[in-house]
Design a protein around this ligand. Structure first.
Ligand code: HEM
Length: 189
């Protein structure tokens, strides 16, 4: 089920846009979370939490889901595959986990935004306000790791990937030197 080169470029463009856009959304979220925690200006604090609710639901959540979806499409539609290379597998796990953690935290963030709509959030929100600063910082770190994995594409292949590669290459090698050679790297740099 390999994509045509044209389709592959479209999928990759959508994937890079959504994944790196996700990073940008979290960076904006972190600035607001720090302003919400540290600013002496009550109006700015309330506005920050209101906007964080919006950015969370309408920028970060859609981009996270789009990154996951386009990543899976780019994997299954190319010879990278979903489970053949550690860099793809680790990204899948990182992204799936980050998306679940994000969705779990969107409820409390909506609660904080709703509280900020009418008044300055009270002391019962203090723990959450600190927690979201730490989590947004951690998310930036995790997304940086995923981006570095993508641009470096370390060679390591999973056991499954190696078995699959042998299955493709062995019949070709048995057929003699004139046989077409597979691409052991599995993907296009
Ligand atoms: C945090 C999430 C992610 C980030 C920041 C990210 C980032 C990127 C970037 C920047 C590229 C382009 C690399 C290049 O062409 O040199 C890329 C490609 C790729 N990503 Fe992701 N990605 C993420 C999630 C995923 C997921 C969840 C999967 C699949 C399970 C995935 C699979 C792929 C594949 C297979 C390519 C290569 C596609 C091709 O060569 O056509 N990515 N990613």
């Amino acid at each position: 089920m390999t994509m045509t080169p044209r389709l592959r470029r479209v999928a990759l463009t959508a994937h890079v846009l959504s994944s790196v856009g996700w990073f940008g959304g979290v960076a904006a979220f972190l600035v607001l979370a720090v302003a919400g925690l540290a600013s002496p200006d009550a109006q700015l604090v309330r506005a920050a939490y209101l906007v964080m609710g919006l950015i969370g639901w309408f920028v970060i959540v859609p981009l996270a889901l789009a990154s996951l979806l386009t990543g899976v499409v780019s994997s299954l539609g190319t010879t990278w595959g979903l489970f053949r290379y550690y860099w793809v597998l680790i990204k899948l796990l990182i992204t799936a986990l980050a998306t679940v953690v994000l969705l779990v935290h969107m409820g409390p963030i909506s609660g904080l935004a709703a509280a900020a709509a009418t008044a300055l959030p009270g002391s019962d929100f203090q723990g959450l306000r600190i927690q979201i600063v730490v989590q947004a910082g951690a998310a930036l770190l995790v997304l940086s790791v995923a981006t570095a994995l993508s641009t470096h594409k370390p060679r390591g292949m999973t056991g499954y990937g190696q078995r699959q590669q042998r299955r493709v290459l062995e019949p070709a090698l048995d057929a003699g030197p004139a046989a077409p050679r597979g691409n052991p790297r599995g993907g296009i740099e």
